[in-house]
Design a protein around this ligand. Structure first.
Ligand code: HSE
Length: 399
C-alpha cells in the first residue's frame, strides 16, 4: 500500500517515524507493507530522508492512482477540507488527526466515504493516543450513552495541575508552560476551551449519531481561575479541572466546556499534568474510563497509524460510522442543572443561605471573603439568584 502524508509537522513526522520503527508489525497487521510515497509540505527538510519524497503540489498526490490512503495532519480546515474531500471523492481513504476538520465537516466526509466505499477515520482527533473514537463507535454500541465527561486538553490540565501544586496564578503557570513547550505562543484555543469544545462536539456527535455544531456548546476557559480558588478546592479535598461534558436526560442533550470543582472520589480527580481521560457512562455498561497521552508526537501518530492499518485492512469495504448530518439540538444552557461554588465578600456570608437555600460554607482562611457551594439548580435560576449578591468574586461549577 502506498500512502501520502499531508503536513510534516509534529504529528506528520511522527506518523513517518511510527511507520518506520514498527514497519514489520504494521505490515503483518495490515496484511501488506505500508510505504510513504509522498509527504506534502510547503517547507523543505534538507538532510531529512523525506526530502526525497517531498512534494509541494497536492495535485501530484490527488492524481496518483497508486495512493490508496492519505494521512492528513495539517490541522485547520483550509486547505485540509478541500484536500480530504478531493481524496475521498477520488476513492482514497483518509486518516486524520485534525479535530477542527472533523468537528466542522465530519458528517459530510463520512457520507462521501460511504458513497465511495472508502473510509474516513479520525481516532487521533480526540484524546491523542487514547482509543476513544473506535470504542464509542464500535464497542459501546449496545448502550445508550448517558454521559461523557472528559479532560480533553493536555495544555490546560498541565496548567491547572501546576496551579494546584505550586499555589501559583494562571499567568505565571501559562508562561512556564509556554517555556516548556506545553502551551502554544498563542494559547487561546487551549486556555479558552475552544480545543476541548471541538473534541466534546465530536464525541457527542458520535454518541448520538447526529451533527452537533460546536458553536452551540457553551464554552468557558480557565483564564479566570486563580490561586485563591485552589485554596478553597484544597479545603474541599477537590481539584479544579476543565471538563468537556455532555449528557442526555430524557430527550434533552446538554453539553458544555467549563472549569469544574471535582471531588476526590470522582474518577477524573487524579488525572494530572498533560494527561487526558474520558469517562463514559452507558445505560447498560455503567462507567468506563479511557486514560492516557492526549497529545504529543508519537502517541498521536500511533493512533493515526492504527487508522492507516484499519484503512488498509478494509480496502473495498466501508466501515460504518453513525454520524448523520441531521442537526442534534443542544438544550439551552439555562436549562442545565448544576451546583456552583461561589466566592463573595465576607459581609455577604449571612446572605448566601437566604439567597440560595441550604449552602455548604467553605473556610479557606482568606481574609475579607467567604466561599460556599449551592444546592443543584438550573443555570438560569443561579444566574437570577446570584444577582442578589453585590460582592461576587467568582463562581465555578461543581461536579
Ligand atoms: N493543544 C492540544 C492539547 C493538543 O493541549 O491537548 C492535542 O489536541
Amino acid at each position: 500500500m502506498k500512502i501520502a502524508v499531508l503536513g510534516y509537522g509534529t504529528i506528520g513526522s511522527g506518523v513517518v517515524e511510527v511507520l518506520n520503527i514498527n514497519a514489520g508489525k504494521i505490515a503483518r497487521r495490515s496484511g501488506e507493507t505500508v510505504e510513504v510515497k509522498y509527504v506534502l509540505d510547503l517547507r523543505e527538510f534538507p538532510g531529512d530522508p523525506v526530502q526525497d519524497i517531498l512534494v509541494h503540489d497536492y495535485s501530484v498526490i490527488a492524481e496518483d492512482d497508486e495512493i490508496g490512503v492519505i494521512v492528513e495532519t495539517m490541522g485547520g480546515t483550509k486547505p485540509a477540507y478541500d484536500f480530504v474531500k478531493t481524496a475521498l471523492l477520488s476513492g482514497k481513504s483518509v486518516c486524520t488527526s485534525n479535530k477542527e476538520l472533523v468537528a466542522a465537516h465530519g458528517a459530510e466526509l463520512i457520507q462521501i466515504a460511504k458513497e465511495k466505499n472508502v473510509n474516513f477515520f479520525f481516532e487521533a482527533s480526540v484524546g491523542g493516543g487514547i482509543p476513544i473514537i473506535r470504542p464509542i463507535n464500535q464497542c459501546i454500541t449496545a448502550d445508550e450513552i448517558q454521559e461523557i465527561n472528559g479532560i480533553l486538553n493536555g495544555t490546560t490540565n498541565f496548567i491547572l495541575t501546576k496551579m494546584a501544586e505550586d499555589g501559583a496564578d494562571f499567568g505565571d503557570v501559562l508562561k512556564e508552560a509556554q517555556e516548556l513547550g506545553y502551551a502554544e505562543k498563542d494559547p487561546t484555543a487551549d486556555v479558552e476551551g475552544y480545543d476541548a469544545c471541538r473534541k466534546i462536539a465530536i464525541l457527542t456527535s458520535l454518541a448520538y449519531g447526529k451533527q452537533v455544531d460546536y458553536e452551540d456548546i457553551y464554552t468557558e476557559g480557565i483564564t479566570k481561575i486563580t490561586a485563591a480558588d485552589f485554596k478553597y478546592a484544597e479545603k474541599m479535598n477537590a481539584a479544579i479541572k476543565i471538563f468537556g461534558t455532555s449528557k442526555k436526560i430524557g430527550d434533552h442533550v446538554y453539553a458544555m466546556v467549563a472549569p469544574q470543582v471535582v471531588g476526590h472520589d470522582h474518577p477524573l480527580y487524579s488525572v494530572n499534568g498533560v494527561f487526558n481521560a474520558i469517562s463514559v457512562t452507558g445505560n447498560m455498561l455503567g462507567d468506563v474510563m479511557f486514560y492516557g497521552a492526549g497529545a504529543g508526537k508519537l502517541p498521536t501518530a500511533s493512533a493515526v497509524v492504527a487508522d492507516v492499518v484499519a484503512a488498509v485492512k478494509h480496502q473495498g469495504e466501508h466501515v460504518p460510522i453513525t454520524w448523520s448530518s441531521d442537526k442534534l439540538d443542544i438544550t439551552p444552557l439555562d436549562e442545565m442543572e448544576n451546583r456552583f461554588f461561589v466566592r463573595v465578600g465576607g459581609e455577604e456570608r449571612e446572605k448566601a443561605a437566604g439567597v440560595f437555600g441550604e449552602v455548604q460554607m467553605i473556610d479557606a482562611g482568606i481574609a475579607g471573603e467567604c466561599g460556599f457551594v449551592t444546592p443543584v439548580m438550573k443555570e438560569k435560576e443561579f444566574s437570577e439568584k446570584v444577582k442578589a449578591l453585590d460582592t461576587l468574586i467568582t463562581r465555578i461549577r461543581v461536579q
